[in-house]
Design a protein around this ligand. Structure first.
Ligand code: CO
Length: 208
């Protein structure tokens, strides 16, 4: 990667934007009003804005290894808090992807150093859904299913936060679980029934 090329690209991008709209950056600098918070993987192949076809200003983005929402992670918690209470987004998306190396690493017995505690959150997802995963013989299918179940559990983690519970009640903020299939480019809505999940988890996790 030629770093100097990036600055050439940037200049070209500025010119393209200004050619279409001379006030583009002037307007962009005024404020942001995104309606969606996207939580996805840091994987270089899963470019949030590009795969959704959205423009700057439309989506608030948080990315980390394997699109996790651990409740002790100050970064993820701050992003959710800011997006829900200040930006007042109406949708929160957790987007995983097939061929996620973070999920793959959590399926193997290997000492990953500082990544151990991070990946342990995915091992916890595996443990919660051990029966279902154990019934899948094909390793590739099991890997794909763990990616999906990890998305589901991270959505549940989103729903455990007080900010989201409040917004869910007040303005029916919606949580979505998606998977991006790198192999086909397709974005898949897992169509997780959160009303049903909420019913079962709220007995324990209700805060408000
Ligand atoms: Co990944």
């Amino acid at each position: 990667m030629n770093i100097a090329q990036i600055f050439t690209n940037n200049q070209q991008w500025i010119e393209e934007k200004l050619h279409i709209d001379a006030a583009y950056f002037k307007n962009l600098s005024k404020s942001q009003n995104p309606d969606i918070l996207y939580i996805g993987c840091s994987d270089s192949r899963v470019s949030a804005e590009e795969l959704m076809g959205v423009r700057p200003g439309e989506v608030f983005v948080h990315r980390n290894i394997a699109n996790m929402v651990p409740n002790t992670d100050l970064s993820a918690m701050s992003v959710i808090n800011y997006a829900v209470t200040n930006l007042k987004v109406n949708h929160i998306v957790v987007c995983g992807h097939y061929y996620c190396t973070g999920v793959k690493a959590a399926m193997q017995s290997a000492d990953m150093g500082i990544l151990n505690p991070w990946l342990r959150n995915i091992r916890d997802v595996y443990r919660i859904h051990k029966d279902e995963l154990a019934s899948i013989n094909d390793e590739e299918e099991k890997y794909k299913r763990l990616v999906e179940l990890n998305v589901q559990e991270q959505c549940v983690n989103v729903l455990k936060t007080s900010d989201v519970q409040k917004a869910y009640k007040d303005r029916h903020l919606t949580v979505h679980g998606w998977v991006f299939d790198i192999h086909s480019g397709k974005l898949i809505d897992l169509k997780i029934d959160f009303d049903k999940i909420l019913e079962s988890i709220m007995e324990i996790y209700r805060i408000i």
